[in-house]
Write a protein that binds this ligand. Sequence first.
Ligand code: UGA
Length: 433
Amino acid sequence: MNIAVVGTGYVGLVTGVTLSDIGHNVTCIDIDKEKVEIMKKGTSPLYEPGLSELMNKNIKQSRLFFTTNHAEGFANAEVIYIAVGTPENEDGSANLAYVEQVAKDIAQYVVQDLIVVTKSTVPVGTNHKIKTIITENLVNNIKFEVVSNPEFLKEGSAIKDSFEGDRIVIGADSSEASAIIEKINQPFGVPVFRTDVRSAEMIKYASNAFLATKISFINEISNICDRVEANVEDVAKGMGMDKRIGPDFLKAGLGYGGSCFPKDTKALIQIAGNVHYDFQLLKGVVNVNRKQQRMIIEKLLERMPDIKGKRIAVLGLSFKPNTDDMREAASIVVTNSLIDRGAEVIAYDPIAMNNAKKILAPEVEYSTSVKGAINESDAVLILTEWDEIKDIDLNFFSEMKYPLVVDGRNCFDLETMREHHIEYHSVGRPSIS
Ligand code: UGA
C-alpha cells in the first residue's frame, strides 16, 4: 500500500522504516528540513540499533522516501499515520497541538479516500476529535476513517519489537477500516487485537501506567530490602516465577525515565481527573519514582556526608542503555544535586554524551573513557546499565583514591566486588564494605 507517516521521531521513523521493510511504499514527512536531508541519505537522526541499516536497505529498494512537503507526501497515500509528539503540558496533560496541526494538514492536502491512523499516544477521545477537525477543514470531497493503532515499541530495541511485538492493537469504528490496517500489518506476524477507538487509546495509557507501577512497586520493595537485609534480585526472581506476576519489569533501580512513562503516567492522572476520578495508585507510582531517582544521592551521602570539593564519577547518562535519549534521565536530577552540593562531576556515557551536554549543568565535565572518569575520583555512581559499564575491568577501581562505588542499577555481582576489595552499595542488596 501507499503510506505516509507524519513525524519522524522514534515512533514515526521506526513505523515508516519497518512498514517499508515489509513491502509498503512509505513516505515519511517531517517539517525539519535538515533532518529530512539527513534521512534521505539513509542516516537515522537518532541512535537506535539497526535503524540506519534498515533505512538504507529500503531507500535503495525505492520503498522509503522522505519529504518536508505534505502535498507531495499525501498525493498517493491510501493510509496516513500520525506519529508526531504529544509532549507534556505544565499541568501534566498531553499537548495535542502537533496532532491537531497534522489533522488540519490532512484535511487540506488529501486528494483520495483514505484511512488516518493515530500512532501518537493520545488521550481518550482524541481520535474522535481528529475526525472532527478533518471533517470541518476538508478541502476535497473524499471519504476517510480514523483508526487508533498505539505503539508499544521500546527505545533501544524498537526494530526487534516491531517484528516480535506481543500485540498490535487496532481501534476502529468500522470493521472495514480495522481489516485494512490488520492486512497492512500482517507481514509483521504479530497477534492483532481489534477493539473500539476509545478502548485502544486507553490500552496504551493503561499499559504504560501498569509497567510504571511494576517498576515503582519493586523499587519500594528494594528500599525495604535495604533495611531488612534481603536481596531484591532474589525477591524479584521468586515473585516473577508466579506466572500471574511474571519476571519482567521487576528490575529495581533508579526509577523509570524516558519520553514515555513519566509523561504518560501524568497524562493518565489528568485524564482521570478530567472525569472527576482521583487515580490515587498512579499518583503514588509517580511520587515513588521521583523519590527513587534521588535514592543514589542519599546512599552516597550516608557514606560520604560532605561531598563539597569531592570528585564524583558518574557512569551512564541516558535514561536506559542502548539509546542516546536523555529525556527524564536520572542523570539530570543526580548531577544537579551533586553540583548543588559543591561536588566536581566527571561523567561518561558510551553514546549519550552529546545529548547530555545540551541538558546537564555546564559544570559537568566529560571523559572520553570509563577509565578516565574513574581515575582519581572519590566515588563512582552508576546510573545506566550499559554493557560497557557492566563489563568494566574491575581493576580500574584501584585507580581511585579509595574504591567506593554506588550502583543505581545493580550492574555487578556482590561476591566479585568483595573479591576485588571494592566498597560497593547497590539497590536492595546488602552492601559490601
Ligand atoms: C516504554 C514501554 O516499555 C513501551 O512498551 C512503550 O511503547 C514506550 O514506553 C512508549 O510509550 O513509547 P521505553 O520508554 O522506550 O518504552 O523504555 P523501557 O524499556 O520501557 O524503560 C523505561 C524506563 O523504565 C527506563 O528508565 C528503565 O530503566 C526503567 N525500567 C524498566 C526499570 O527501572 N526497571 C525495569 O524492570 C524496566
